[in-house]
Design a protein. Structure first.
Length: 525
């Protein structure tokens, strides 16, 4: 036993190398780590992520005996994830996306481990390295889509459970009408903050579960419908108790306690599921368990490979090359100004309130939204034609789209108040200069009221229609033009009772063409 601990004890030189790597990673990914700790981990949907580093360290420590028996074999293959991580760092840094930088940091860590320890040791701690990905939240546009989907699914199942109980409950979007009151299933009630930790726990249980692969996969995947069902049950219980105890059941202590209670119940059900599956194919389980724990002492071929690599890929040379690349990345990111803040040509307070036959009136955004949104300038206005038909007009402009401060799509920034959104492809509009541009087209409906919306992203002379395009061109233009400025334009008009969808389409299409020409005088090209 003492020999094992002597083998895994780091030499002073290794401590120096580890400290150097840690310092270099902290320098390169400083802004991303600050965002992760100060903002992402404080988001209640992802607060569990702060515990993942401790769990990862435990799983590495759990493999200490096997790691001690395996030789460290420097490997050039580790440079593949390392270099890919460096490349993704620049995509995230210049494109303004934190998740890309998180994934880049993970690839760099995996690449360094693979380069110094070799493939066999990396495979030994592969689960711990994979689990590191659970530290990072989804990108915002994915997170909002998942949250919206979960709101709709949870509210639909919750209404079904309440109706099964005998209550008169109806659903409109994510708003549940109980007759005597309305319950709104907002993002906090979507279940995301319970589904993600439940999935992580089910993954850990599946890792510990000595059973056939299909059983472990089933255990992990079953966490998703289980967590959704438990969250729907929570919503249904809130509706039933609301009638008995009043609004306090959806607030403060009871609301939080009920969530934790159902979370613990979900874990108990996963454990019960594991116990029941042990009775299926027990012979195979025993055979599988018999193989567990056979660590071995490392093959002769591994030791020969280590000797073969030692001639040209020494740990010192490997350390020098990777550290040089990390330090050059740090120096380039902080020593070169890749972004330039570009103001609008004219402030939006000068935007005309008369466009063709349309007369507009300015609207003001509430201060809390202005403080929350990172735009540099904006305009909200309501335009009317001579028949009184209305079009809501909104533009948000960003002088520089930094990490975490980029424009958002209307499809991912939904108010969550019962509206349903139905994308309807692209619409072609003429901007008045004889040029045709494609814009997003979406139907919006609530309580029988149907509206048509156009939106697009003017980005440094381009008209883009997706956030993926926005991210890519932000990276490319930051690299080649030192600019990341851009805007979001959104137009919305209702379909009035006396008209059909084609009337709204013609109205919005015509106004979009006129206003696009006016916007050209305000947005930098």
């Amino acid at each position: 036993m003492n020999n094992i601990f002597e083998e895994i004890r780091f030499k002073p030189a290794n401590w120096v190398k580890a400290a150097g790597y840690l310092g270099a990673i902290l320098m390169v990914y400083y802004s991303a780590l600050i965002q992760l700790v100060r903002n992402d981990w404080r988001n209640e949907d992802y607060s569990h992520c702060s515990l993942i580093p401790l769990v990862v360290l435990y799983f590495i420590w759990e493999k200490r005996k096997r790691l001690a028996k395996l030789p460290s074999v420097p490997s050039v293959w580790g440079f593949l994830p390392f270099l890919l991580g460096i490349g993704l760092y620049w995509v995230g840094e210049l494109g303004g996306e934190y998740f890309t930088m998180y994934f880049s940091m993970w690839l760099v860590i995996v690449g360094l481990a693979w380069s110094h320890l070799g493939g066999e040791k990396v495979r030994t701690i592969g689960f711990a390295l994979t689990l590191m990905l659970a530290m990072f939240p989804f990108p915002n546009f994915i997170n909002v889509r998942i949250s919206l989907l979960l709101q709709l699914v949870s509210s639909k199942l919750g209404v079904w459970m309440m109706q099964l109980y005998g209550m008169s409950a109806y659903r409109e979007g994510n708003v549940i009408d109980l007759g005597f009151t309305q319950l709104q299933v907002v993002e906090a009630c979507s279940g995301l903050r319970y589904i993600m930790p439940t999935m992580i726990i089910s993954l850990i249980l599946a890792y510990w579960f000595r059973a056939q692969l299909w059983k472990r996969a089933f255990l992990f995947l079953s966490a998703i419908p289980l967590a959704i069902f438990m969250n729907s049950f929570r919503i249904a219980t809130t509706g039933v108790l609301y009638e008995m105890l009043g609004p306090k059941v959806s607030e403060d202590f009871f609301h939080g306690f009920s969530g934790w209670l159902l979370f613990v119940t979900a874990i108990a059900l996963l454990l019960l599921e594991m116990w029941l599956m042990r009775f299926i194919g027990m012979e195979a389980v025993k055979a599988d368990c018999g193989k567990a724990g056979n660590y071995g002492n490392g093959t002769m071929q591994q030791r020969m490979d280590a000797a073969q690599h030692a001639g040209f890929l020494t740990p010192l040379r490997l350390y020098a090359v990777t550290m040089l690349l990390l330090l050059l990345t740090f120096a380039a990111s902080y020593g070169v100004e890749f972004r330039e803040k570009v103001p609008v040509k004219k402030a939006f307070n000068e935007f005309p309130m008369g466009i063709g036959e349309w007369t507009g009136s300015r609207q003001s955004m509430e201060k809390e939204f202005i403080n929350a949104l990172p735009f540099s300038d904006y305009i909200m206005a309501n335009y009317r034609d001579q028949q009184g038909r209305e079009i809501d007009f909104y533009v948000a402009y960003y002088e520089s789209q930094l990490k975490g401060e980029t424009t958002h799509s209307p499809e991912t920034c939904l108010p969550g108040n019962g509206w349903t959104f139905e994308p309807a492809g692209l619409a072609n509009i003429s901007n008045g200069d004889g040029q045709v541009m494609a814009v997003n087209r979406t139907w919006i409906e609530k309580s029988g009221s149907r509206q048509l919306s156009y939106f697009w992203f003017p980005q440094r002379g381009r008209i883009l229609t997706s956030l993926i395009q926005v991210k890519w061109f932000a990276f490319w233009d930051a690299l080649t033009r030192q600019r990341t400025d851009g805007a979001l334009v959104r137009l919305t008009t209702p379909i009035y009772p006396s008209e059909g969808p084609d009337d709204a389409e013609n109205r919005l299409n015509g106004f979009a063409g006129e206003v696009a020409g006016v916007l050209a005088g305000f947005l930098p090209s």
